[in-house]
Design a protein around this ligand. Structure first.
Ligand SMILES: [Zn+2]
Length: 499
């Protein structure tokens, strides 16, 4: 288990991190269909690069446990998950009404093994969150995850289940606050929507905005109710280059880390923001993209790295391989090693590719205005919101652990319930709805008339978020967790050989 690297709280940026890497050898076999730009094969190409660069031996390589139906239903509607489980290419005719209702068929086709594909990519992200919660690693990686468009009861943008929301829900069991950062070229709409009305999750999305899928992510969308100012949107235009991108990313993320003080960070590393992407229109290099990983890593907060979009698959593999190296603190060679997919990387066979000479439509003035506006919004959050702990009301269904919890660490509160909450001292937070101020009441009135995205039935209300552990000290950023002596082997992913 001990594979080197310092534990994170004491690590400086130059020190190695313990990295858990989730990969299922089957994932590359799933196929969305002829002509579809989403190709799970890119994860297999990434894995092959990692193997031949010798990076696997520096990580804990894990095969994810498939997410169970009840795991998926922590966010998704039961009938939607049940539909995903049952539908096959042979039975689509019988489900025409539901296909329409759940937006499955066009961008999100029914293909062989669809449900097990969902279980696999969601299992990796949830598993990564569990590993981080138990401090088994400093950084967890699941390149198969990051499917940020999926909604509670609807597929969208090649995404069926939202592994990111599920992973964040898992992290919220141990952390008061979780930060979500999205550098995919598309707006991270599914994750933003799920946590739009809570201050326990801040979502930050950098994306192309204006006549572009999914159409949301205006700078004016900032969250609602308790979540006001806890959603950040950075709308960008075509051709943004490394320098322009980082002129926003670093000052904004530095300020976010300073004011929000998350206990864990989830970074969606969608690679369709790279130069030359089949569906994208940005001009970012692999190094520029990876600079976001390097920067978020430097804060020494538990970090979950996920994939996402990325449709020029040789560049996706380049990017995620290089970023795995960044996570490990290893600078990989530019020369791509000989391996089974080497022909994808000709004629130069290099890891890095020069950005193009396309026009950068993001003027300095526009970038300055965006940065100023967002830093101003963030300055309204001078203090990290603290989570209030309250004695559990007697009528709740979740039993409170005995005060003498040492004797009860292994008792699951419900054998059918979710992962790894059994040995935690848990207390319910206040679920009292706060009185809304006038400002919010005004917005409230407009909901449904003007802005369908504020339909809060799709949001996870604070009262539905996981109960939290009590942090041992108020000043600790990292909630300490009881030693994991769970006897439940099904929660521990299977370790894989490193080759
Ligand atoms: Zn995308």
């Amino acid at each position: 288990m001990d594979i080197g690297g310092n534990s994170l709280p004491s690590a400086s940026d130059t020190v190695k991190r313990k990295v858990s890497y989730f990969y299922d050898p089957e994932v590359g076999n799933y196929y969305y269909g002829q002509g579809h730009p989403m190709k799970p094969h890119r994860m297999r190409m990434t894995h092959a690069l990692l193997a031949h660069y010798g990076l696997l031996q520096h990580m804990h390589v894990l095969k994810p446990n498939p997410a169970r139906e009840k795991d998926l239903c922590r966010f998704h509607a039961d009938d939607y998950v049940s539909f995903l489980r049952r539908i096959t290419p042979d039975t689509v005719q019988e489900y025409s009404r539901q296909l329409k209702r759940f937006n499955v068929g066009e961008d999100c086709p029914v293909f062989d093994g669809l449900y097990s594909f969902c279980q696999t990519y969601a299992g990796g992200s949830i598993g990564g969150a569990v590993k981080l919660n138990h401090q088994h690693c400093d950084i967890a990686v699941n390149w198969a995850g990051g499917l940020h468009h999926a909604k509670k009861c609807e597929a969208s943008g090649f995404c069926y289940v939202n592994d990111i929301v599920l992973a964040i829900l898992e992290l919220l069991k141990f952390h008061e606050r979780v930060l979500y950062v999205d550098i995919d070229i598309h707006h991270g709409d599914g994750v933003e929507e799920a946590f739009y009305i809570t201050d326990r999750v801040m979502t930050v999305s950098f994306h192309k905005f204006g006549d572009y899928f999914p159409g949301t992510g205006d700078i004016k969308d900032i969250g609602f109710g308790k979540g006001k100012y806890y959603a950040l949107n950075i709308p960008l235009d075509d051709g943004i280059d490394d320098e322009s991108y980082q002129s926003l990313f670093k000052p904004i993320m530095r300020k976010v880390m300073d004011v929000f003080r998350p206990g864990a960070v989830v970074l969606q590393c969608g690679a369709d923001s790279l130069s030359g992407d089949r569906l994208g229109c940005f001009n970012i290099s692999v190094k520029g993209h990876a600079e976001c990983v390097r920067f978020m890593r430097s804060f020494n907060v538990p970090l979950l790295l996920l994939g996402g979009g990325g449709y020029t698959i040789r560049n996706v593999a380049r990017c995620w391989c290089y970023e795995t190296g960044v996570a490990l603190g290893i600078e990989v060679d530019d020369r791509v090693p000989e391996h089974e997919y080497i022909e994808y990387f000709g004629p130069d066979y290099t890891l890095h590719v020069a950005p193009s000479n396309m026009e950068n439509k993001n003027s300095r003035e526009m970038l300055d205005n965006i940065r100023a506006k967002l830093l101003d919004n963030l300055s309204r959050l001078q203090h990290a919101p603290s989570v209030q702990f309250q004695e559990r009301p007697p009528d709740t269904e979740i039993p409170e652990a005995d005060e003498d919890e040492d004797d009860n660490k292994d008792e699951r509160k419900d054998p059918d319930d979710d992962v790894n909450v059994d040995y935690l001292r848990v207390k319910m937070e206040s679920v009292e709805p706060e009185a809304k101020d006038q400002d919010e009441m005004e917005v409230d009135k407009d909901v449904g008339e003007a802005d369908e995205s504020l339909n809060d039935t799709e949001c996870l209300k604070d009262s539905t978020l996981p109960i939290k552990v009590e942090a041992p000290t108020s000043e600790s950023l990292h909630t300490k967790v009881e030693e994991d002596n769970s006897k439940n082997p099904t929660e521990q992913p299977e370790e894989m050989d490193n080759d």
